[in-house]
Design a binder for this molecule. Structure first.
Ligand code: ATP
Ligand code: MG
Length: 463
C-alpha cells in the first residue's frame, strides 16, 4: 500500500528525544489510502466520535478497533481517544459513567454496547514525581496510576504495541501513525513501542500476556526484544492483583484462540504464573495424559466460540484445574478421608490456591465443584439415579466434561456412548432403558428385617 512515511521508527522515539521542541510528526494516511470504512464502525462508536467532535474536542478511534479494521477483521469492541477530560466526557453523554482508579476512563453505554472513551495520556516521565508520589512502584517500575493528561502524540507513545497505536480521525477519516504501526501491521509483527522492552513490561507486566494474546489472535510474530524479555520477566506477574489477572485469563482463553494462546504461554514460561498447580501437574510424568486433557479442553472451547455456542469461565476453570484436583483428591483419600469429604477438601484446596493468583468469582466456584462432583455419578446407571442425574442443573456441563475426558484418552468410551444414547431418548424410553436390579436391591435392603430373616444370613454386605 502506498503510505507516505515521515520516516520515524518505533525504536526511535522522537517525542521523548525532542519533547521540548515537539518536532516529531506522524504519518497521515488519507482516506483514499486505507480500507477503514464508516460502514464497518458501530453506530455507537460513530455517535460517540461525532458528539465529541461537534462539541469541539478531538476524537479518534484507536486500539484494537482500528487494528482489526485495517486487517479486514471484525473488531471485538471500539475504543475512543480524546482530549476531553473524563468529567467533560461525562457532561456530554447521559449514558456515561466514569470507571477505573489506576486508569480513569469513561464508559458510554448504548444498550449492550459500551464504548470506552479515554483521555489522551502524558508519557510516564513527563511529570515531576514529587507532584504525584506513589504513581510508580519505585522498586519494580510498575505504573500504579496513569491519569495525567497529554496530547495525541504523547498518547500514542505510551500505548503498548505499535499496531495498537493507530488512530482513525473522525474529522477527516485519515489514519494517524506516530510509531510505525502501519508497517508492522503489513509485516505481521508485534513491537512494543519504544526502545526498552524490559521497562515497558515492568511498567505493566500484563503487557506480556497481551503480547501473547495478540500473537495468537492475529497470527503475528512477536519481534526481537519484545519477545526475548518474555522468557525472563514472567515473575513480574506475581504483583498483579488477582482480579485483573482473572479478567486477562478470560480474554486469553475465551476469545476463540485458547489453544494457540496456551501453547505460546507455555513456550514463554508464562502459563505457570497464571495456573501454577496446573503447570506442576503438566510437568510431572503422566504418560502424556494431562497435557492432552488441557489442550483438548481449550480446543473444544475454541470450536464452541467459533460456532457461536456459549462458553463459561467455570467450565474453563474446571478443565484447567481438573488434574491438580485429581491429585489432591487422591492425596485426601490416602489420608483416610471418605470420598465425599475428600472431594470437598480437594475442591477447597485447589480453588483456594488458584484464587490467590486469579480470583474466581464466587458464582463460578460452585459450578466447578458440581462439574467435578458429578463425574463420580456417571457410573451409577441403574434405578432412578440416571434419571435424577439428567435433571441436575449442571448435568449438561458435567456430561460435556465427561466426553472431554474420554476424548483426552481416559477409558470412558462405553460410558460416554451409554450417556449419549440415554439423553437422546424421551422420558418413557429412559425409564425403560435403565437396569432395575440396583434399585430392587436398595428396596430389599430398606425393608425392615423380620426376626426369622436372620436365618438366611446377612441380606447383603451393605455399601
Ligand atoms: P481487543 O481486540 O482485545 O479489544 P485492544 O488492543 O483493543 O484489543 P484493549 O484492552 O481494548 O485492547 O485496549 C485498547 C487499547 O488501549 C490498546 O489497543 C492499546 O493501545 C491500549 N492499551 C490497553 N492496555 C494497555 C496496556 N496495558 N499498556 C499500554 N497500552 C494499553
Ligand atoms: Mg479493544
Amino acid at each position: 500500500m502506498p503510505f507516505s512515511s515521515a520516516g520515524q521508527t518505533r525504536n526511535f522515539n522522537p517525542y521523548f528525544a525532542f519533547r521540548t521542541l515537539a518536532i516529531s510528526s506522524p504519518t497521515i494516511i488519507p482516506r483514499a489510502e486505507h480500507n477503514i470504512s464508516r460502514a464497518n464502525i458501530s453506530e455507537a462508536a460513530l455517535k460517540t466520535l461525532y458528539r465529541l467532535k461537534d462539541a469541539g474536542f478531538e476524537a479518534y478511534l484507536v486500539g484494537g478497533g482500528v487494528r482489526d479494521l485495517l486487517l479486514g477483521r471484525e473488531p471485538k469492541d471500539f475504543d475512543v481517544a480524546t482530549n476531553a477530560h473524563p468529567e467533560e466526557v461525562k457532561d456530554l453523554f447521559r449514558n456515561c459513567i466514569l470507571v477505573g482508579r489506576r486508569f480513569r476512563l469513561a464508559h458510554v453505554r448504548y444498550g449492550r454496547e459500551v464504548i470506552e472513551v479515554a483521555t489522551f495520556r502524558a508519557p510516564h516521565d513527563a511529570i515531576d514525581d514529587a507532584d504525584d508520589a506513589g504513581r510508580v512502584d519505585e522498586d519494580k517500575g510498575r505504573i500504579l496510576r496513569d491519569n495525567v493528561w497529554g496530547d495525541l502524540e504523547s498518547d500514542a507513545w505510551r500505548r503498548d504495541f505499535t499496531v495498537n497505536a493507530l488512530y482513525y480521525n473522525v474529522a477527516d477519516f485519515s489514519v494517524v501513525d506516530y510509531t510505525g504501526g502501519m508497517a508492522d501491521l503489513r509485516r505481521g509483527e508485534l513491537h512494543l513501542i519504544g526502545d526498552d522492552a524490559e521497562q515497558r513490561y515492568r511498567e505493566d507486566p500484563v503487557r506480556m500476556l497481551r503480547a501473547v494474546r495478540f500473537a495468537a489472535k492475529l497470527g503475528f510474530r512477536i519481534a526481537d526484544a519484545s519477545e526475548s524479555k518474555l522468557f525472563e520477566l514472567g515473575r513480574l506477574l506475581d504483583d498483579i492483583p488477582p482480579a485483573r489477572l482473572y479478567d486477562e485469563v478470560l480474554k486469553l482463553f475465551l476469545a476463540g484462540h485458547a489453544l494457540s494462546t496456551y501453547e505460546l504461554l507455555r513456550h514463554y514460561g508464562l502459563f505457570g504464573y497464571l495456573f501454577p498447580q496446573t503447570e506442576d501437574s503438566l510437568t510431572k510424568e503422566h504418560d502424556g495424559f494431562p497435557i492432552t486433557f488441557v489442550a483438548k479442553a481449550l480446543h473444544n472451547t475454541d470450536v464452541r466460540v467459533r460456532s457461536d455456542q456459549s462458553v463459561t469461565p467455570f467450565f474453563l476453570y474446571a478443565a484447567l484445574l481438573w488434574e491438580p484436583y485429581q491429585e489432591e483428591l487422591a492425596a485426601c483419600i490416602e489420608d483416610g478421608m471418605d470420598p465425599y469429604e475428600a472431594r470437598f477438601a480437594a475442591f477447597e484446596a485447589v480453588i483456594r490456591a488458584q484464587q490467590e493468583i486469579t480470583s474466581v468469582p464466587r458464582r463460578f466456584t460452585q459450578p466447578v465443584r458440581e462439574i467435578w462432583d458429578l463425574q463420580s455419578r456417571f457410573d451409577q446407571r441403574s434405578g432412578k439415579r440416571p434419571l435424577r442425574l439428567v435433571s441436575h442443573p449442571r448435568f449438561r456441563a458435567a456430561y460435556d466434561f465427561l466426553l472431554l475426558r474420554g476424548e483426552a484418552g481416559e477409558a470412558l468410551a462405553e460410558l460416554c456412548s451409554w450417556w449419549t444414547d440415554f439423553i437422546g431418548m424421551d422420558e418413557a424410553q429412559r425409564e425403560m432403558s435403565v437396569p432395575k436390579e440396583d434399585g430392587d436391591k436398595r428396596r430389599r435392603r430398606r425393608r425392615p428385617r423380620r426376626r426369622n430373616d436372620s436365618a438366611d444370613g446377612p441380606a447383603d454386605g451393605g455399601e
